[in-house]
Design a protein around this ligand. Structure first.
Ligand SMILES: Nc1ncnc2c1ncn2[C@H]1C[C@H](O)[C@@H](COP(=O)(O)OP(=O)(O)OP(=O)(O)O)O1
Ligand SMILES: [Mg+2]
Length: 203
């Protein structure tokens, strides 16, 4: 199967290519199909992922996989959530990390609990769609640690691993991360080939 990765984020492309390799599919990207992507105006990660995947599947005539993901801090009322990529109007990952730390300056201990959510939507040109989700819980540190990953990874500490996502190798991050979990769910669904549509269809 030929699949288009419907993301412009190089960090996601890296993780998706590595994670989906066992499927043996040919993975194309938006570099192969220069499209103007739709605005991500959905209220949820699922809506945004659906928007992106369905648009690319229709535009290319090939199945497309989109990832919408973000960080959720309950003590901030769920921020940055679906605004993760443009939090505080800041333009770079580094600036967004600084902004998040400012917003959380007054929060201590369990109040620094956070989760990362990833929703993968696989859309087919005939309109069929499937969604796979992953989540991971952790804590927002008071200063960044590590050079790997992208986005909020240097601030996101995973207690089970004793490190931040930015301190992990690609393999390690895949084991713990929200995106790693979502990819695992997709791999499982496709273990014996495409899953039956009646049970994989979204309501
Ligand atoms: N221009 C924007 N303004 C406000 N929020 C945005 C904007 N773009 C994305 N978001 C939101 C939607 C998502 O839920 C969240 C995380 O962005 P996301 O789209 O997953 O990452 P990304 O834009 O780096 O990769 P992708 O190319 O896959 O869309 O931020
Ligand atoms: Mg986006």
């Amino acid at each position: 199967m030929r699949l288009v990765l419907a993301t412009s984020n190089p960090g996601k492309v890296r993780e998706l290519k590595k994670g989906l390799a066992p499927l043996g599919w040919t993975l194309l990207s938006l570099a192969d199909f220069p499209l103007r992507m739709p605005k991500e105006e959905g209220a949820t990660f699922l809506e945004n992922a659906l928007l992106k995947a369905a648009y690319v599947a229709k535009a290319t005539g090939l199945p497309a996989l989109a990832d919408d993901s973000g960080l959720v801090v309950p003590a901030l009322g769920g921020e940055p959530g679906v605004y993760s990529a443009r939090y505080g109007g800041r333009e770079t990952d580094k600036e967004r990390n600084v902004y998040l730390l400012e917003r959380m300056r007054h929060l201590k201990g369990e109040e620094r609990k956070a989760r990362f959510v990833a929703v993968l939507v696989l859309a087919y040109p005939d309109g069929h769609v499937e969604a796979y989700e992953g989540q991971v819980e952790g804590y927002i540190l008071e200063a960044p640690r590590g050079e790997g990953g992208f986005g909020y990874d240097p601030l996101f500490y995973v207690p089970e691993a004793g490190k931040t996502f930015a301190e992990m190798t690609l393999e390690e991050k895949a084991r713990y991360s929200h995106r790693g979990q979502a990819i695992k769910a997709l791999l499982k669904a496709y273990e014996q080939g495409p899953p039956p549509r009646e049970i994989s269809q979204l309501e």
